[in-house]
Design a protein around this ligand. Structure first.
Ligand SMILES: C[S@@+](CC[C@H](N)C(=O)[O-])C[C@H]1O[C@@H](n2cnc3c(N)ncnc32)[C@H](O)[C@@H]1O
Length: 252
């Protein structure tokens, strides 16, 4: 674990172990803002999209998370909460995994015979995910797409999974993300959100309250929160995972 921490950019690691917001950001460690910084890249690391709040906070595009060994959330297997949900028949119809990372959850769901599309902005993660589909002989589609513009996929899904993405967006970004999710979720379809919770010791970065989930998803914007259950998100830095909410949200 120590080697992992040292190899990563310091701002990024501090964000993950939870002291960036309290200690670093107030004194302006980052120094440059993301729009200044993005102008210095030979290629646009954001492929024309606006950097997310997480990218502005860390000073790095999401793709960089996948450059130096496994990212903190990349545990090399599906999240136990997703495995449990899949075994209970929670996934039906066409499935979209938004912010799929290196694809472990999508691959697991697809291994049960479902049609799955995983999307992400990190091309490096998508390349790793595609390698896994080849190695494991599981049919899954992985594509680059921005979670804020899922309507551009031109497709509709009965089940949508967000495992660890919602909590990376700040309150200003959430309405656009939620509208984007609504554009690709069938009426009466189901969205599952597994996110870090604010309830319990050793919380992960970006802890979310139940109230924030209910504010983001409500009947006025086309959603009914059916359930929010306490759960865990496994990471490479928590022995027994971090406290999480597992939200089941129905599209009206
Ligand atoms: C915390 S990781 C979780 C990855 C994966 N779901 C997992 O459980 O391992 C969040 C993922 O969302 C992706 N992401 C962040 N912003 C995104 C956006 N605007 N559109 C699509 N994917 C995004 C990141 O590249 C990253 O792979």
């Amino acid at each position: 674990m120590l080697r992992q921490l040292i190899r990563r950019p310091l701002e990024y690691t501090l964000a993950w172990i939870g002291i960036y917001d309290e200690v670093v950001r107030p004194v302006g460690w980052q120094g440059t803002n993301m729009s200044e910084r993005s102008g210095t890249f030979a290629d646009d690391p954001f492929s024309g999209r606006h950097p997310t709040s997480h990218e502005r906070m860390t000073g790095l595009p999401w793709d960089a998370s996948y450059h130096d060994g496994p990212a903190p959330w990349d545990i090399g297997q599906p999240q136990p909460a997703i495995v449990r949900l899949a075994s209970e028949g929670g996934f039906t119809g066409a499935v979209l995994d938004v912010g799929c990372g290196t694809g472990e959850n999508a691959l697991h769901v697809a291994s049960m015979g479902l049609s799955v599309l995983g999307v992400d902005v990190a091309e490096t993660a998508l390349a790793m995910a595609r390698d896994k589909t080849d190695d494991r002989g599981i049919e899954v589609e992985f594509a680059a797409a921005d979670a804020f513009h899922l309507e551009r996929l031109g497709r509709i899904f009965e089940t949508v999974l967000d495992c660890g993405l919602f909590h990376t967006f700040d309150a200003d970004e959430r309405p656009r993300y939620v509208a984007s999710l609504a554009s690709v979720t069938e009426h009466d379809g189901t969205l599952y959100v597994l996110c870090f919770s604010d309830d319990g010791p050793d919380t992960g970065p970006h802890p979310i309250s139940q109230e924030e989930l209910r504010t983001a998803f409500n009947p006025r914007n086309g959603w009914n929160v059916a359930a929010i259950e306490p759960d865990r998100i496994q990471t490479r830095y928590h022995d027994d995972g971090a406290p999480a909410w597992f939200a089941t949200i129905k599209r009206i």
